[in-house]
Design a protein around this ligand. Structure first.
Ligand code: GDP
Length: 524
């Protein structure tokens, strides 16, 4: 098959949701369709239950599982589908955001009873920023749900995207009768005792009295609602979806495997093929001859005795081949990747070739950091892997003076993996760790001890935000750094960061230094 054909048949996407909305269940059902797994329960939720007595065990367990399940590829009806899993726990949201840089589209799962939840909103913000096309799956229709129109309003308001229902539910909860597929004009009846995929009943016209035979009085309600849907929502427009302006919506119940095949079929038909990637130097198209790829995730090995890691690379262009000599652009070094792995559902296997849209795992012992680029020789840097301004800060101190080398190495490695962010105060030289959640501090402490044999201690630090600063006027920057020297730090790449104690202090600095831009992500 030509490389163009390989590109055309690839669909690389992420499934995201607020915890508990049904992401894991839906992923599993999609894999069952693809024949990638054969029994339910094979995909483990990578959730960490906060407060569980064995938090650390949970963390370890999750790390083990998520290596296996962070990428799931399968073949279905001529397509090569790559699902990228994202951690649900909000303390690991940065990991999720980075994973979203490697997908071409997203399916957002929403709990029909709870509607849009905080994490859904944050994830959608990232999609909007990157103009990623999204499809919404409203899940758990077998349980009492909010009114469908209310849900759609909520999505439009809170997720700030126009919606276009492509299926419509008939009741919900105990009265849930099924969904009408607006896309294919067919009705599928819900029967909780059947989880097999069944053909829907075809209806040329919803006014057909035949409908009453299947759903009784609900037929009339369905007709009215469909009329309303037609009047209120725009017709589906693929271009608008691909531009990230319109979200098709499906209703169903992942648990009962209901509405999932409609979702999958529509997804395969409309979802984008691997898209061009923007590098600082130029835009890289998937069908270019030369290979390019970037590292979006690094995973430590579960076996603490072998401190090797897996770097996950997304193929952006060209054909990747095992054992070919490529360039590690940041180090300016030639590398040969002898055991790249591909992920087919539960299994990892060595691959000879990979195409744009594919994800490969590269065994690594410390030469990659997130954002690194591998190419056929060209020196390019892909954009879009920002660090977000952390929300919690602590000084990190060595708790075992005999092990300072191990500690520094461990901190270095963990930061490369993107576990948290490290800043060095320019005032007192102390190391500051910034995270988005408390759990990350626990992970760092635990992993330093178990993988690097080093002990650390955290000391409280009252801090509101770290912002990257920039200005066209070098003299203003110098002046600012002088005035705020107690609050200046460098990030891991040596960039200037202003550590603001409080929103008030930040506001004052912004008011006073109008020529300085304060950025809340590291990429601007
Ligand atoms: P995640 O946190 O988003 O991955 O959510 P899970 O897939 O782990 O689902 C959370 C809980 O909701 C589990 O107990 C599931 O069995 C349940 N669940 C998921 N989908 C459905 C559904 O369609 N109907 C019902 N009744 N329960 C569901």
């Amino acid at each position: 098959m030509t490389i163009e054909k390989e590109i055309q048949r690839r669909r690389t996407f992420g499934i995201v949701s607020h915890p508990d909305a049904g992401k894991t269940t839906l992923t599993e059902k999609l894999l069952l369709f693809g024949g990638a797994i054969h029994v339910a329960g094979a995909v483990k939720s990578n959730k960490i239950k906060k407060g569980a007595t064995s938090d650390f065990m949970e963390i370890e367990r999750q790390r083990g599982i998520s290596v296996a399940t962070s990428v799931m590829g399968f073949e279905y009806s001529g397509y090569k589908v790559n699902i990228l899993d994202t951690p649900g726990h909000q303390d690991f949201q940065e990991d999720t955001f980075r994973t979203l840089t490697a997908v071409d589209s997203v399916i957002i799962v929403i709990d029909a009873a709870k509607g849009v939840e905080p994490q859904t909103e944050k994830l959608m913000n990232v999609c909007r920023m990157r103009k990623t096309p999204v499809i919404v799956f409203i899940n758990k229709m077998d349980r009492p749900a909010q009114d469908s129109f209310t849900l759609l309003d909520e999505i439009e308001d809170q997720l700030q995207i126009q919606v276009c229902p492509l299926s419509w539910p008939i009741n919900n909860g105990p009265d849930f009768k099924g969904v009408y597929n607006i896309f294919t004009k067919s009705l599928k009846l819900f029967d909780p005792s059947i989880q097999e995929i069944e053909e829907g009943l075809q209806f040329e016209d919803v006014s057909s009295a035949e409908l009453e035979n299947h759903i009784g009085d609900d037929a009339e309600t369905l007709r009215e609602e469909l009329e309303l849907v037609e009047g209120v929502y725009p017709e589906f427009n693929r271009q608008s979806y691909l531009e990230g302006n319109l979200a098709p919506v499906f209703f169903g119940s992942a648990l009962y495997n209901f509405g999932v095949d409609e979702l999958l079929h529509a997804f395969l038909e409309i979802a984008p093929t691997p898209q061009p990637s923007t590098a600082e130097e130029r835009v890289v198209k998937p069908d270019e001859k030369n290979f390019t790829g970037f590292i979006f995730k690094i995973h430590a090995n579960i076996d603490p005795n072998h401190r090797s890691r897996i770097a996950f690379a997304k193929v952006c262009s060209g054909l990747f081949e095992r054992n070919k000599v490529y360039t590690h652009t940041r180090l300016g070094k030639n590398i040969r990747i002898s055991s790249p792995t591909a992920f087919m559902a539960e299994q990892k296997e060595i691959v000879e070739k990979a195409y744009p849209g594919d994800i490969i795992g590269i065994p690594d012992n410390g030469s990659f950091i997130i954002g690194d680029t591998v190419t056929d020789g060209e020196k390019i840097h892909f954009k879009g892997l920002p660090s977000f301004s952390p929300e919690m800060f602590r000084y990190i101190e060595n708790a075992d003076p005999m092990k300072s080398k191990q500690l520094n190495k461990g901190i270095d490695h963990l930061m490369d993996e993107g576990v948290a962010q490290l800043f060095t105060s320019q005032f007192n030289g102390r190391k500051i760790i910034g995270t988005v959640g408390q759990l990350q501090f626990e992970v760092i402490q635990f992993r330093l001890e178990h993988e690097y044999n080093a002990k650390c201690r955290f000391e409280p630090l009252q801090m509101h935000k770290a912002c990257w600063i920039e200005s066209d006027k070098p003299e203003t920057l110098v002046e600012f750094k002088k005035r705020k020297h107690q609050k200046m730090a460098k990030d891991k790449l040596g960039r200037d960061v202003f550590m603001a104690d409080s929103p008030f202090i930040l506001q004052m600095a912004q008011d006073e230094f109008k020529d300085i831009k304060f950025h809340f992500t590291s990429e601007f």
